[in-house]
Design a binder for this molecule. Structure first.
Ligand SMILES: NC(=O)c1ccc[n+]([C@@H]2O[C@H](COP(=O)([O-])OP(=O)(O)OC[C@H]3O[C@@H](n4cnc5c(N)ncnc54)[C@H](O)[C@@H]3O)[C@@H](O)[C@H]2O)c1
Length: 251
């Protein structure tokens, strides 16, 4: 599909694995230059190699960055501008799981780290990205929330709170920039088969059974939604929160 992203520059956080990697590959397939950021260099290199293998003409930039650090986001955007001269789309995807315990037992240090990466990370990301996007005439931000941006999950306090926060932050940023050609949306994946879910087959089968379609999602099924929302084809869509969850929230 031609999403009119050819020659545009897209930045994806958490691009070394799972949904971020699939999103970076999907942008590259559309002919966009891709800025890949992640905490882990190995994953970044792997994603850049996959992009090169698929299309030698697509230019990539890899930046090691901690999503929980405002400074790292600023540096990534600066490097993107230095290398490609513009920024047209940003995807704040980097995220982590939290402890699996009831609220009273949550370690405050773990709470803080999850909020720092999953929620403040999106805030820091947007603060760094927005001036560059506006400078390029507008564009799009997509923040990766979760179905748990809308529903609760027993023993998942920090993660659930962080993802609910991402949805509210997204709606507010959309209102702030609605007249300036900058669209801001969130996506809510159901459970997607990526390393964040671990490898316990029984647990994965249980999670799959919670989705009416009877299986877990694939990273590519979230990437296609993100890249569409990032494209000019989604020009009327801002402040939205789209779930892609195999019917999870329909029950
Ligand atoms: N997999 C799911 O079931 C699911 C469901 C809903 C939402 N999500 C969200 O999707 C996003 C991507 O998750 P995924 O499933 O692809 O997981 P993943 O573990 O495959 O990928 C996450 C990537 O983020 C990176 N990362 C983690 N902490 C970081 C930090 N502080 N700074 C920079 N990079 C960091 C990791 O190194 C990794 O490359 C997350 O925000 C997650 O919460 C995932």
């Amino acid at each position: 599909m031609n999403l009119e992203l050819n020659g545009k520059t897209a930045l994806v956080t958490g691009a070394g694995s799972g949904i971020g990697q699939a999103t970076a590959l999907a942008f590259a397939r559309e002919g966009a230059q891709v800025v890949l950021t992640d905490l882990k260099p190995d994953g970044l290199d792997h994603t850049a190699q996959l992009i090169r293998d698929a299309n030698a003409d697509v230019r990539t930039l890899t930046v090691i960055a901690d999503a929980g650090q405002a400074h790292d986001h600023k540096q990534a955007v600066q490097q993107a501008l230095t290398t490609f001269g513009r920024l047209d789309a940003a995807v704040n995807n980097a995220g982590m799981g939290g402890e699996n315990v009831p609220v009273a037992d949550v370690d405050p240090a773990n709470w803080q780290r999850v909020i720092e990466v999953n929620l403040s990370g999106v805030f820091y990301g947007m603060q760094a990205q927005i001036p560059a996007l506006l400078q390029s005439g507008g564009g799009s931000i997509v923040n990766v929330a979760s179905i748990l941006g809308q529903a609760g999950w027993a023993n998942g306090a920090a993660y659930v709170a962080s993802k609910h926060g991402v949805v509210g932050l997204t709606r507010t940023a959309a209102l702030d920039y609605a007249t300036q050609g900058l669209r801001v949306n969130a996506v809510g994946p159901g459970f997607i088969e990526t390393p964040i879910l671990g490898q316990d087959r029984q647990a994965l089968d249980h999670l799959a059974s919670l989705h009416p379609i009877g299986r877990l999602g694939k990273p590519e099924e979230i990437a296609s939604l993100i890249v569409f929302l990032s494209s000019p084809k989604a020009s009327l869509i801002t402040g939205a929160y789209y779930n892609a969850d195999g019917g999870y929230l329909a029950r």
